[in-house]
Design a protein around this ligand. Structure first.
Ligand SMILES: [Zn+2]
Length: 472
């Protein structure tokens, strides 16, 4: 999901100038009421749908100086950022640009606005959204503003607490006539003529890595596989007793936990056993960036930058944690509502529904489940599922499996047409032999009808199946 903030009424928006919603912020009361955003389109119209320029103007209409964190606005290094809402004939048009994980902000990351000052930038939306279908598009800017306001009071400098809020422009409409419609070129494909040397390791393709970087990147992918496995196994297994989950995702709620559980399963499978690409030096890296992804790119591709190379393997804001952050954008559609431990935790407290949709919260919960000595080796055969006994069965069956290393597992019974009948076991298991019993009931406690079933064991590195015939 993207940008699903609940908006305040327009009258209040007009009153405030800046739209404050339930975004995190230690001092909502200090949100300046003075930032205005305006969009404009060229009078000449659009002649090529791959080149759709809008002009963005941000203005400080108040009497106090304001500073705005660039990263949530179009005033970034590359004027991209997912700050626009684009619709074609009322239908949402997906953002195709980058999602970036930034380092904590420093003074240079803020843009200063004196009272009355405005700044204008131009953004080529044709590179970020697919305008290839003729029609009428509406475009709005909806960005998070975060900043500090400092002012002088009775001759002394006074710090006004950091504020955070959303602001939104009026929409502009853009008509794409049939003769202007051209096939969309994805931004990751644009200008990529020469691909640096690649090396392949299992299902992971590494691009542009030196020999030591290749080793470090491989270690990070393996660690991300293990970290996601741990998070998958830990989430939802202890309910509200999982204080880490509550800290990063808010008040205990089993439906929300199921969402995060699924996210970690998808992320785990990707890092442990599915194709992906890692660029050791993203072509569009700049200072203060850990990594970025294009969520729509296939296969998932993580572009790492200097922030990644400076990150530790364990602790907070780690290499594997960065990979989990990025993969959550691709596989779980997470957004970047808040960066950093402090803001991410605040988001969990103030708006748990957004916390389960925020990439850094996924990273920090993963990092809260320490990765012990790496037990999981992607692609290695580590799990064996033995035939169910008895088979055929008149009721239940004993399900036995063996693990060559510790890891997360899920043991479940599936119908032939792909429906989950019953999850028998889910959690972190030590290496060795394990035995579980399926009582022949489905998740609602009804007797599973006669027929053929699959027992499936999913571990970090692989999935194993056995048939089970049920006679009644
Ligand atoms: Zn991100």
């Amino acid at each position: 999901m993207r940008r699903n903030f609940v908006l305040l009424p327009v009258a209040l928006l007009t009153l405030l100038g800046v739209l404050c919603v339930a975004t995190p912020g230690p001092a909502d009361a200090a949100t300046p009421a003075t930032l205005r955003a305006r969009l404009a389109t060229p009078a000449s119209g659009v002649t090529d749908s791959r080149s759709v320029f809008v002009t963005v103007t941000l203005e400080n209409a108040g009497v106090e100086p304001q500073s705005v964190l660039r990263r949530f606005t179009p005033f970034t290094q590359f004027n991209d950022g997912p700050a626009f809402i684009v619709e074609r004939d009322g239908q949402p048009v997906a953002y195709q640009g980058r999602m970036v994980k930034y380092a904590p902000a420093t003074a240079e990351d803020f843009l200063e606005f004196a009272p009355g000052q405005s700044r204008t930038t131009s953004v080529d939306l044709g590179a970020l959204y697919d305008f290839s279908q003729p029609g009428t598009y509406t475009v709005r800017l909806r960005a998070v503003a975060q900043g500090r306001a400092s002012r002088t009071s009775a001759g002394a400098a006074e710090d006004v607490p950091e504020w955070r809020g959303e602001f939104e422009s009026e929409p502009v409409t853009i008509a794409i006539e049939p003769q202007a419609a051209r096939a969309f070129v994805a931004p990751w494909a644009m200008g990529r003529v020469a691909i640096p040397a690649q090396s392949q390791s299992g299902d992971v393709t590494y691009v542009g890595c030196s020999a030591p970087e290749l080793t470090a990147a491989q270690d990070a992918v393996v660690a991300a596989c293990a970290m996601a496995s741990r998070a998958f196994a830990a989430s939802c297994s202890r309910g509200s007793a999982d204080t880490d989950w509550v800290y990063w995702f808010g008040t205990w709620n089993s439906a929300r936990c199921d969402v995060t559980h699924q996210h970690y399963l998808d992320i785990m499978n990707r890092f442990c056993s599915l194709p992906m690409t890692l660029w050791c030096h993203g072509p569009d890296c700049f200072s203060g960036v850990y990594a970025y992804v294009y969520p729509q790119q296939v296969p998932p591709t993580v572009y790492v930058c200097d922030g990644f190379w400076g990150a530790p393997m364990t602790g907070v804001d780690t290499k594997p944690g960065t990979l989990i952050h990025e993969m959550s954008h691709v596989l779980s559609g997470t957004d970047d509502y808040a960066y950093g431990q402090s803001d991410a935790h605040t988001l969990a407290v103030t708006n748990p529904a957004l916390a389960i949709d925020n990439a850094d919260n996924h990273e920090y919960y993963g990092e809260a489940n320490p990765v012990a000595p790496l037990a999981v080796s992607p692609g290695a055969r580590t799990a064996t599922l033995r035939p169910a006994r008895p088979n055929p069965s008149l009721g239940g069956a004993a399900l036995e499996y063996a693990l060559t290393s510790d890891g997360a597992v899920e043991l479940a019974v599936w119908s032939l047409d792909g429906r989950l009948v019953r999850t028998v076991e889910r959690g972190w298991r030590a290496a060795g032999e394990h035995r579980a019993n399926w009582d022949g009931l489905d998740a609602e406690g009804r007797r599973a009808p006669a027929g053929v079933y699959f027992v499936r064991l999913t571990s970090a590195a692989e999935s194993r199946s056995q048939r089970l015939v049920m006679l009644r």
